[in-house]
Design a protein around this ligand. Structure first.
Ligand SMILES: Nc1nc2c(c(=O)[nH]1)N[C@H]1C(S)=C(S)[C@@H](COP(=O)(O)O)O[C@H]1N2
Ligand SMILES: [Mo]
Length: 263
């Protein structure tokens, strides 16, 4: 299979950005989970930011880095939202066994599908970043994440030229009566290869808590909370997501949210 060279070139270009542009300032008003934003106006602003950012990002080519913060800005407890404990015995058993039997897959439109243990992922080069998570429900929270860059795995898997999106398949079922409706999300290759897009196994220096997506969750720092899938089990490269679940590219998108959740 041919390696998708343009992505590698793009990635190198972005590395330059990374070195030059990591913003290290933060107002104290932003420290930790921001309770002040728990109101309707903030929610409306976050929602309208979806459409605004879409056009701004198109103009800028969406290469910008998300702001990074200082250790003093980290919230004492990172708030959890959505699923905080996937239902079912299988997951509970995995937690009890410290995810020893869990395997993470990268497949779909790739030359070399991958199947990796948590140990193998943790042995890969890691990136650590302190960022702010923004949920459309009107709250934000700053945390430090550590994990492997998704670009690293995508290069190993050799993404085929036809691939346009990365689909994240999660372990948590959203409807107990329906085995097929698991949380899922998707991003384009621009976000997938972005240097701050990591698959994190650590939060604030500790193993990723169950409530925040153990054993592995995506951090896609320029996207809203719902575009940051937890409880990952598989990443699939696709040319279109028409045939996946409701066809809109994500669990919340299938319920009417925007596919583009850029901030
Ligand atoms: N698998 C899965 N991923 C998910 C969710 C979920 O319910 N299941 N909720 C999303 C939403 S809306 C938010 S705000 C964040 C919450 O992440 P946290 O629990 O670490 O705060 O996860 C996102 N990813
Ligand atoms: Mo959210």
């Amino acid at each position: 299979m041919k390696k998708a060279k343009p992505f590698l070139e793009q990635r190198r270009e972005r590395r330059g950005f990374l070195k030059a542009g990591v913003a290290m300032t933060a107002g104290s008003a932003l420290a930790g989970c921001d309770a002040l934003s728990h109101n309707d106006t903030a929610v409306q602003i976050l929602r309208s930011a979806e459409t605004l950012s879409d056009s701004v990002h198109k103009v800028l080519g969406r290469k910008a880095m998300a702001q990074e913060f200082l250790p003093k800005d980290i919230a004492p407890v990172f708030r959890a939202n959505g699923t905080t404990m996937p239902p079912g015995e299988d997951y509970a058993e995995m937690v009890a066994g410290k995810f020893a039997g869990w395997r993470f897959k990268v497949d779909g439109l790739v030359g070399k599908p991958l199947e990796l243990s948590l140990e193998q992922l943790q042995a890969m080069p890691a990136r650590t970043q302190i960022t702010r998570h923004d949920c459309v429900e009107g709250w934000s929270c700053i945390g430090q994440w550590k994990g492997v860059q998704l670009s690293h795995l995508l290069e190993m898997a050799q993404v085929m030229p036809e691939a346009k999106f990365v689909v994240f398949h999660c372990l948590d079922l959203m409807d107990e009566n329906d085995d097929d409706t698991a949380y899922y999300e998707s991003v384009d290759l621009d976000d997938a290869f972005h240097p701050q897009t990591i698959l994190a196994w650590e939060l604030n220096g500790k193993p990723l808590p169950v409530a925040n997506g153990a054993p592995l969750r995506a951090r896609i720092e320029r996207q809203l909370g719902y575009k940051n899938p937890k409880y990952l089990q598989r990443v699939e490269l696709v040319a279109s997501f028409d045939k996946i679940a409701g066809g809109k590219g994500g669990y919340w998108e299938d319920q009417g949210y925007n596919w583009y959740g850029g901030i």
